[in-house]
Design a protein around this ligand. Sequence first.
Ligand code: AMP
Length: 411
Amino acid sequence: MNTPTFSDLGLSEPVLRALADCGYEEPTPIQHEAIPVVMAGDDLIACAQTGTGKTAAFALPLIDDIATRSARKGDKPLVLILAPTRELAVQIDENFRAYGRYTGIRTVVVLGGVPSGPQIQKMRDGVDVVIATPGRLIDLMEQKAVSLEDVEFLILDEADRMLDMGFMPDVRWIAEHVPKPRQTLLFSATMTAAVRSLASTVQTEAHIISVAPPATVADNIEQKVMFVRKHHKQDLLLDMVKKQEAGKVLVFVGTKIAAIQVTRHLQSHGVRAAAIHSNKNQAQRQQALEAFTGGKVSVLVATDLMARGIDVDDITHVVNFDLPSDPENYVHRIGRTARAGRAGVAVSLCAIGDVPLLRGVERMMSRSLDVHEDHPWHSSRVAACLSASARAARSRARSGKARGSGSKWQR
Ligand code: AMP
């Protein structure tokens, strides 16, 4: 079947023009499947990870709907988007502004950690789309500084993450205050029982679309592992970064302390690096992210939680300085590279303590990672730690079919 174009999907001319400016040539699978459902006015549950183009999958039809209305009754928001982190909210806002640049669509980001005055003022001036993290939105609702009475579209983005972060009661409370009938779109990387339960309370007869089964990794990501003793990890990272010509490196660490230490080590050796973790305030995080996006720093060191909103197209390398304790996070992490169809490299540094985590990742993916031994800190002791049975499992898995869609977009 031929892939439809954006114009086949029925998007209007100002939106098509903005997409051309963004350099998007064709819809990604999630866009191709979700846009007609949203345009038909139906509720939607989409199982899709970051990196699949999911933001445009809901933003484009909503912008199109608002832009093509002949008359707009008032100045109160029509769309409410809830996101788990500030970084993701800002990213969604940037996407709306890029895709809506020829439509005059008005957006506001409502998030904590910054003064609420400008957010309130912006809403008074009139907005179409509110993009919010739950906590600050509830504050403003309680102060009656935001009115949701005209909202027709409720979008829950990264619903699984919102629930993981304990936002379930907040999300339900907010949803109860959004009038019905409405259209509710729920996006989630994983479809857990909690996500299904939330969906059943906020939606009616939703279409279900799944384009990114858990543990599917785009096949344009080269994945490898380096065995190293724990106390050599910093030097190995430094060496990799220094050898790295141009390019952007995103480093994942397990704790904020590690984020600080690793960043300092890199900086003390002349590497332009920044850290993003929950001890930093919103302005500092945004500053670090902008420095990385704009190329002022070439290495960003992040914890898993903070990494959620990092949407930078040209990350060439993801380094798992610490392996994630949840194997599914491995997929989220490495999906930060090889975005928008580019190639990327994901390197995991595995010390003795990481071996069980590495095995968990390999089991989940039904494949082994290529071992890269050609570095001065290679530890054969760590390598040996993978028991004979693990090796047998690894070679069995290697001969099995690696998962992956074969398409440049994650399915
Ligand atoms: P998302 O999954 O929404 O975080 O999007 C992942 C990345 O893909 C973002 O950098 C988008 O700008 C980019 N993107 C989204 N849709 C398309 C498309 N149709 N063609 C090319 N790039 C896209």
